[in-house]
Design a protein around this ligand. Structure first.
Ligand SMILES: *Cc1c(COP(=O)(O)O)cnc(C)c1O
Length: 383
């Protein structure tokens, strides 16, 4: 192609779930949160703009100091799994199984413009071109895109036949080439989660001097967070996002929790690319969101309830549904291709996600919406 770089010619961009503008659909295709932000979030943005409109003309804090302290506080009080945190008017406390056992400090947090950007910095910071990064064959499909972007070779390990991660093979591949590892936990698009003990075993036998990255985008819906493992494991990088459990996909805020030396490495990458990925409004809204954790915990519990209800509904009708610890389910029905299911449901005015990827093309991924949205979906899927 004329004009463009050689690098550009070899890019294979990620394709997100459709965001249609032609017709109003019930959107269950991008794992967005069906509930609006807490009123204090929009109020905080309005108040900040009214009080200091000049802030829109000034560069924001490149270190997002205040927000990092607020995120640390949210994690310390919820344990990183909102649907299990017990929250009252005075704030939250983790359920005993999510107790951290140490304090997360602001210097363990890095914030970026959505976790997609944060992940991009992570790939650049920790994975080299001289050896492959190891990840499951079916996982967040942005990982291979970053590998292409940064010219990092990849070693994709097929899932076990029950759709769980083949952690043994992932480890032996990583050891053979001295590689880093990345996976989503709970995984996408399967929705299955590894226990914290299983992740600890990976951290213990992963190659020296290489990181293990755990993408906890969906952890608030019932996985086991690896946050407690940060105390013992210097090679652990946890990536999390406000998009799913904190109703923030339109604002863009993702973050890392890791030991301070690793966080500093990512700051170095960020400052070589864009000093200010978190703008004044996103920062203001994000701080208010952290303070409204009890509201988002309640929403996470509603989503879990709807997820279990949809799972039972589909299984009753002969669907194969993978046990989900996320805000979506991954399901298929014998004799029906995933594409056909997607089209039937779309014709009823509801968008779900179908991946044409070989191996999972029979499945559809359905995001969990509100009770009313799930009622409409169940009607549309009564075939
Ligand atoms: C949604 C998602 C992300 C991206 O989140 P953003 O913060 O909106 O960029 C990252 N990882 C996984 C596994 C996701 O599902």
């Amino acid at each position: 192609m004329e004009f463009v770089s050689k690098r550009l010619e070899s890019l294979h961009p990620y394709v997100p779930g459709e965001q249609p503008t032609d017709r109003v659909y019930i959107k269950l295709n991008a794992n967005e949160n069906p509930y609006p932000p807490h009123p204090s979030v929009t109020e905080a943005v309005g108040a900040a703009l009214a009080a200091s409109p000049e802030k829109l003309g000034l560069y924001p804090d490149p270190d997002v100091t205040e927000l990092r302290a607020e995120i640390a506080r949210m994690l310390n009080t919820t344990g990183g799994v909102l649907c299990r945190a017990s929250c009252g008017r005075d704030g939250c406390s983790p359920s005993p199984e999510d107790a951290l056992g140490f304090e997360i400090t602001p210097d363990m947090i890095f914030c970026g413009n959505g976790s997609d950007e944060v992940l991009s910095f992570v790939f650049y910071s920790f994975f080299d071109s001289d050896r492959p990064v190891v990840f499951p064959e079916h996982t967040y499909s942005f990982y291979p895109v970053y590998c292409g972007y940064y010219d990092i070779p990849m070693e994709r390990v097929p899932l076990n036949s029950d759709w769980t991660l083949d952690t043994g093979t992932m480890l032996s591949k990583a050891k053979a080439s001295g590689s880093g590892i990345i996976f989503a936990n709970p995984n996408a698009p399967t929705g299955l989660a590894l226990s914290r003990a299983e992740v600890a075993r990976i951290l213990e036998s992963a190659p020296e001097g290489k990181v293990v990255v755990v993408d906890e985008a969906y952890c608030d819906f019932g996985g086991e967070s690896c946050l407690p493992l940060l105390k013992e494991h210097k090679n652990l990088v946890i990536v999390r996002t406000f998009s799913k459990s904190l109703s923030f996909a339109g604002m863009r805020l993702g973050y890392i929790v890791a030991n301070p030396e690793l966080v500093q490495a990512v700051f170095c990458v960020k400052n070589s690319f864009n000093h200010f990925p978190v703008d004044f409004l996103a920062k203001t809204a994000a701080i208010a969101s952290c303070r409204a954790a009890p509201y988002y915990a309640e929403n996470a519990r509603k989503i879990v309830t709807e997820r279990e209800s949809l799972t039972a509904f589909l299984r009753d009708r002969g669907w194969f549904v993978i046990d989900s610890k996320t805000n979506f389910v991954f399901a298929k029905k014998d004799g029906m291709g995933g594409r056909a299911v997607y089209e039937k449901v779309r014709d009823a005015g509801i968008l779900i996600r179908h991946f044409a990827t070989p191996g999972i093309e029979d499945f559809v991924r359905i995001s969990i919406g509100s009770h009313e949205q799930m009622d409409a979906l169940k009607k549309a899927m009564s075939f």
